[in-house]
Write a protein of this length. Sequence first.
Length: 257
Amino acid sequence: MSEPHAGPLLSRPAHAPPDAQGLCPAVLDLSCLRREPYGLRPRALRGPLELYLAQVGAQDERALRDAQELLDAEERARARAFRRARDRDAYVVAHAALRSVLSVLLGIRAEALPLVREPCAGCGGPHGRPALRTPGVHFSLSHSGGLVMVALAPAPVGVDVEGLATAQAVLDAQSALHVAEADELARLPAHERPAAFTRAWVRKEAYLKGLGTGLVRNPALDYVGTGPLPVAPAADWTLRDVLVPAGYAAAVALQTS
């Protein structure tokens, strides 16, 4: 996996410490949205993974208005349905960020991307994860609190970001852990368990999103580890933690064969 180079919507990522194992995403500058030069030729993906981060709180009112203009009718209706402004803003930034990076990659206006819904992994209905009609490009989107993450790859990919779990959430979600992960968690001091649980959870979600099943597949089936380094749940998948601001955890899963 490689870090993306800076592009029209990006500032260069902060460099991780030499001993860090997590990937460091490039940061999206959504204030450039309406100034994007459309009509560019499509470009190739830069390596096996491009990973982007957007911060909801960093967007001013104009950037949020411009971001909303990039959404399609269904997305705008969903945005209007949120009661709390912060939830609405997070949704708008997330979907505008996704459309922005895809538009630059494909050379298509963000409003006109050929997005479709895959069949639901549970019932087969037309409300599964979003995908592109264009072959050869896979993407994944996640947002939690004030952070948004987007991953692009030439192979199936999943990304997840979450705020750190509370102690009560850890207790309530024990059944979501693999038996070995539950044992690892039980051996930790109580104050270390929320961070360890959240590490495991984002790794699981990233993998299940990459598979296309989401939580239709029991997350307890797959061992990804609760420690500092993730464990790939399958031989043909790579799993990495992502460096994000304090108070969050994130991971990305990429199919490698």
